[in-house]
Ligand binder design. Structure first.
Ligand SMILES: Cc1cc2nc3c(=O)[nH]c(=O)nc-3n(C[C@H](O)[C@H](O)[C@H](O)COP(=O)(O)OP(=O)(O)OC[C@H]3O[C@@H](n4cnc5c(N)ncnc54)[C@H](O)[C@@H]3O)c2cc1C
Length: 398
């Protein structure tokens, strides 16, 4: 039996569910194909994001733990930046992703789980996309399959990412948790090229993880994670006794926004498009926001009977206008961070020490404006700080 749709979304992560939600809101036929038996069967993320974004997406407040203090640890330095009100959120990832998928289904999208998409091709007239040997057909396909970009790769449109993050994390019960404070750990004893983290989920549970950048390091993040937990490295010691509940593992593109995200009949969203915030490799809020834009543009294309690349390019124009420059600026900083020695990281924390919580949060979000930067440089005229922000300024003002 063949199932015909106007728009098929491959993948029920935050990008796919958000694209399907927006597309189905326009009264067209939308399906989501998910390879796993459930939405969020396996977790591939730490689920840290920002409260103001979650509010904009109407994610219920009881789906996340609120963070107001931010601690940073290097080999021989540490910094704690305290806030009065919480800005960051550690999501209950399963609850949030299921909520996003349900929202799409409530709008009329059909969700097919246990549907592994393995091959995709365009028919002779280039008007229909055939999925899994014609089992499904659709006029437009949104590739929301994450890191592997199964649709775009099956059609030969893209190749494997060259630079990417590989991360492993335990969700664990811990004896001593400060629920409103996160810890980021940098330097070789934590990660040879990347960082480690402790994100509190609530007063009893934390996520402890390690991210490593390929190809700069070939170390297995699970081995490195076990090592820092066994050695109780840095702030891990303060957590006391740990009992692991679940292991999370995943890959995230780190090539920067290098891909075309639109082709005839095809849109790439979320990690498949490769537009996460490179500073901390966070992609959930962009996946939701730009997933929605993609769904919206796709539904307009169906209604206006124009599924050409030139029509669909509206999606790429919109997301690029919102974040392209910010991503490029952060990418420059991140590339510099990847080369820092342990001693340089100790000094870098002194720069972070000078940030107010407002500056820190905007910096982590890659939301720094030129005016904020100029104010910051005036306030902190030291050479290192100037040098650091000069990198941003040069890229940002191009
Ligand atoms: C270790 C780690 C930690 C991270 N931590 C954070 C964080 O703290 N905050 C943050 O914002 N971001 C974080 N990220 C990044 C974030 O997880 C991604 O940017 C985000 O999940 C992208 O969403 P997505 O919907 O594009 O892809 P995904 O969430 O990967 O969803 C893709 C979906 O497609 C399905 N799929 C895949 N192949 C097929 C197929 N062949 N057929 C059908 N379905 C298929 C998958 O099963 C999955 O459901 C982290 C990433 C990693 C690896």
């Amino acid at each position: 039996m063949k199932s015909d749709y106007d728009v098929i979304v491959v993948g029920s992560g935050p990008a796919g569910s958000s694209a399907a939600y927006a597309a189905a809101s326009k009264d067209i036929k939308v399906a989501i194909l998910e390879k796993d038996p459930h939405v969020a069967t396996s977790i591939r993320t730490s689920g840290v994001t920002w409260i103001d974004d979650m509010k904009k997406f109407s994610i219920p407040e009881n789906f996340y733990n609120k963070i107001k203090n931010y601690s940073f640890h290097s080999s021989n330095n540490k910094v704690l930046i305290k806030g009065n009100i919480p800005s960051a959120a550690v999501l209950d990832v399963r609850k949030t992703y299921t909520f996003l998928a349900k929202r799409a289904v409530d709008r009329g999208a059909h969700l097919f789980t246990n549907n592994n998409v393995t091959n995709v091709h365009l028919n002779k007239t280039q008007r229909l996309v055939n999925i899994n040997k014609n089992k499904f057909t659709s006029k437009i396909v949104i590739d929301a399959s994450g890191f592997r970009s199964v649709v775009a790769r099956s059609l030969g449109l893209v190749k494997q990412w060259k630079i990417f993050g590989t991360g492993a994390e335990y969700e664990s019960y811990a004896e001593n948790i400060v629920p409103d404070t996160w810890s980021l750990m940098v330097g070789s004893k934590y990660s040879p090229s990347g960082y480690a983290w402790i994100f509190p989920v609530n007063k009893n549970v934390v996520r402890i993880g390690v991210g490593i950048t390929r190809p700069y390091s070939t170390i297995n993040p699970i081995d490195q994670l076990n090592k820092i937990i066994q050695n109780k490295t840095g702030p891990i010691k303060d957590l006391g006794k740990l009992n692991h509940i679940e292991l999370h593992y995943g890959l995230i593109p780190n090539d920067g926004p290098v891909r075309n995200t639109v082709y005839d009949n095809i849109l790439l969203v979320g990690d498949s498009a490769g537009y996460s915030n490179p500073l901390v490799l966070e992609g959930i809020r962009y996946a939701i926001k730009f997933g929605r834009i993609a769904g919206d543009v796709a539904s307009k294309a169906i209604v206006e009977r124009n599924i050409s690349k030139s029509f669909l390019l509206e999606y790429e124009k919109q997301w690029q206008k919102l974040v392209y420059k910010k991503i490029i600026s952060s990418y420059v900083i991140q590339k510099r961070w990847l080369k820092l020695s342990d001693g340089e990281w100790d000094k870098e924390l002194n720069i972070i020490k000078n940030l107010t919580v407002y500056e820190l949060v905007n910096f982590m979000k890659s939301d720094f404006g030129l005016i904020d930067m100029i104010k910051f440089i005036k306030k902190n005229p030291h050479f290192v700080v100037r040098n650091f922000f000069q990198v941003l300024h040069n890229t940002f003002s191009k």
